[in-house]
Design a protein around this ligand. Sequence first.
Ligand SMILES: C=C(OP(=O)(O)O)C(=O)O
Length: 263
Amino acid sequence: MILPIGACNFEEAMQMGAETYHHLKGIIAEKYGSSGFNVGEDGGFAPNISSFTEGLNLVKEAIDRAGYDGRIKVALDVAATEFCIGKKYDLDFKTPNKSGQNFKTGEEMIEMYTQLCAEYPIVSIEQPFDKDDWEHTKLFSDLGLCQVVGDDLLMSNPKRIERAIQESTCDALLLKINQIGNVTEAIEVVKQAKDVNWGVVVSHRSGETEDSFIADLAVGLATGQFKAGAPCRGERLAKYNQLLRIEEELGSQAVYAGENWRS
Ligand SMILES: C=C(OP(=O)(O)O)C(=O)O
């Protein structure tokens, strides 16, 4: 994921994101051929890469080619629960002939993230460990290398959020409104997170519709962070288009978080 934090307003952020996306498409076409730019569920390209760094290098090159080096930062959604087996992580889980042969321990995952944060402009990592791996999430979070976002760790659930606050397990909430259930409860968990100065990311889901309500929710709750996938596919663009409309309607009163995306 990319964060156009150097934009002056949301309209410019959208332009920066769309330009970078199209440069990425061009780079993928050069390196992997046209099948590489088939899009996945969230509108992102899905070329046949074999490592984290291969994917990150493509994104970094796209940001450079678009001329936004320094103005666009990078975030990862690792969704590590998907490839945690027992207490170890199978980074080759998508490659049938390699899967199950090369597991990383929680400590090795921390080393890997530390190195990635040193080499790439990564400012946020979502779900870096399994949903019940509180220990390694905290150990990584304590390093203070980037924002650590809890998705399935927290499940937008006030009890799990409270535990994470008490134990300093992470420092940002991924808010999926249909995970918690209703708007009142969503507002409460956002307050809970903001009271301890956590970041809050309003998030889309897989299998989205063209409902754009989460865009209004993010502005109304001033979360500063919003993820709705790539600028591609109607159900993703519906949310970004709503943010554009809101910014236009608010005029000079609109505030784009930009460099203050965490507060
Ligand atoms: C789409 C996402 O999650 P889910 O598949 O749980 O809806 C996400 O976290 O970006």
